[in-house]
Design a protein around this ligand. Structure first.
Ligand SMILES: [Zn+2]
Length: 459
């Protein structure tokens, strides 16, 4: 192989988020090809070969790229609706609209979601897509195409629903797939798109939606399918008191016991929310190394409650951050979740000791990599890992008077992204996406949102 081209970034603060939380007040990162070659204090050596770019990053903090662990891209075109509802009422209001989505809508919504995330420092995105109306087209293909075009690393959690109102579930009968149809389509998506290699840009997970929209059989057989294929499992769990009540009424047990009885606890599983967890639920997650996608803004927007993140971390549960779908978190930005994770957890039992800025940065980077099963590849700045990193500008009005760069990034306003690399390739420069026309995406998402509103009879 030809010698790798190198990118040198220097004169910047660095938060590596390695096991020791190593930081440098002024240091350098050397990228060779798609890997990190060196991280250290001071300037990089002058005599490196094949240096194609040397970045003077004075005034910046370099961190691992942010990793999003829970999202629903299609919701980009149904933002700002049912704004005063709890989860179940919000879902019942939105299901009939979501049941009318088609491939052009999902593609535009994915572009919008991905653009917003990438511009804000996300280098690994995910989409949990569980609405598959009959005849809607190749929705998984459309989402993956949008992710490849944006340039970010990506996990598609191929979702599904098969428990509708007639079976005691929450979604209307017309919004769900059959058990057999959901399993076959999920397996086909894994076969077509999942890449198991070290530096994969696209991976696929098996992701039935939630206990109240999925049959026990789909959970069981979905878990078997994922383990047969060697891919990860994802779903929603323990989000609200209403879900807890639903599980007790239908299954005679709480959500965590129900998941355990269906084969859904394990180190290959990560679950969104996990707000209503008692001590034994948290112990079960810790014992099985089941991961959690913490979504503080969405949990607040839908009045779901405060997840016990400090207790989960103390028990050893892997925890990452998620924006959740933008119908319940209209901003669609992950960097604001760093801040909200700190603020919202401090409203809980642990008060000011709940989470600090460095723990929040770890949740948004290494924690996310852990729950996506990729912590050997991404999530920290260490030699040999993939070059997914972000240069945050901290020397302007918004942050310049804050001495500690990690505090500035996490507790301050959303910091501008000067440069973001994914797999060693620039994706964002000076706040602008390099591979996507933001204005064109803004137009197409607006047009598709209007078309959906028209078709769904909201106009
Ligand atoms: Zn969700």
């Amino acid at each position: 192989m030809a010698a790798d081209r190198r990118i040198v970034i220097e004169n910047c603060a660095i938060a590596t988020v390695d096991a020791d939380d190593t930081e440098y007040a002024s240091g350098h990162v050397v990228v060779a090809g798609n890997r990190i070659e060196a991280v250290g204090a001071g300037r990089a050596p002058e005599n490196l070969e094949n240096v194609v770019r040397r970045v003077d990053a004075s005034g910046h903090l370099v961190t691992p790229g942010l990793v999003n662990t829970h999202h629903h891209f299609y919701q980009w075109i149904t933002r700002g609706l049912a704004t005063d509802h709890n989860l179940f009422d919000w879902l019942v209001a939105l299901y009939p609209i979501w049941a009318r989505i088609d491939e052009p809508m999902v593609y535009a919504a994915a572009q919008g979601s991905l653009a917003m995330m990438a511009r804000g420092g996300v280098t690994t995105a995910m989409d949990h897509h569980y609405v598959h109306p009959e005849g809607a087209g190749d929705l998984s293909g459309a989402v993956i195409r949008a992710a490849r075009e944006t340039g970010v690393r990506f996990t598609l959690a191929r979702g599904s629903m098969d428990r509708s109102e007639k079976d005691g579930g929450l979604p209307p009968d017309f919004a769900v797939e059959t058990l057999e149809g959901a399993l076959a389509a999920t397996e086909a998506t894994v076969d077509e798109h999942h890449d198991a290699s070290f530096d994969a840009m696209v991976q696929v997970a098996v992701a039935p939606c939630s206990p109240f929209s999925v049959s026990t059989e789909l959970l069981r057989q979905g878990a078997e399918l994922a383990r047969r294929k060697g891919v990860r499992l994802h779903t929603h769990g323990s989000e609200t008191v209403e879900e807890e009540k639903f599980c007790h009424e239908l299954f005679g047990m709480g959500p965590t016991d129900y998941f355990e009885s269906s084969g859904w606890l394990g180190e290959d599983v990560w679950m969104a929310h996990c707000v209503h967890m008692n001590d034994s639920d948290i112990a079960a997650f810790a014992r099985t190394r089941t991961g959690v996608a913490h979504c503080p803004s969405s949990n607040a927007r839908l009045a779901a409650g405060i997840a016990r993140v400090p207790d989960m971390l103390a028990a050893g549960v892997p925890v990452g951050l998620g924006v959740d779908g933008t119908a319940s978190n209209e901003s669609g930005e992950l960097h604001t979740e760093l801040r909200n994770a700190v603020l919202i957890n401090r409203l809980g039992a642990h008060r000011e000791a709940a989470l600090n800025a460095r723990q929040a940065l770890r949740l948004g980077t290494y924690g996310g990599a852990q729950v996506l099963g990729r912590s050997a590849e991404i999530g920290s700045l260490e030699p040999g890992k993939l070059a997914d990193l972000v240069l945050w500008r901290l020397d302007t009005l918004a942050h310049a008077s804050i001495a500690d760069p990690v505090t500035a990034l996490v507790l301050g306003a959303a910091a501008p992204v000067t440069l973001s690399l994914v797999n060693g390739e620039p994706v964002v420069e000076n706040g602008r996406l390099l591979h996507v026309d933001e204005e064109a995406v803004a137009r197409s998402t607006r047009d598709e949102a209007r078309r959906l509103a028209r078709i769904a009879g909201r106009d």
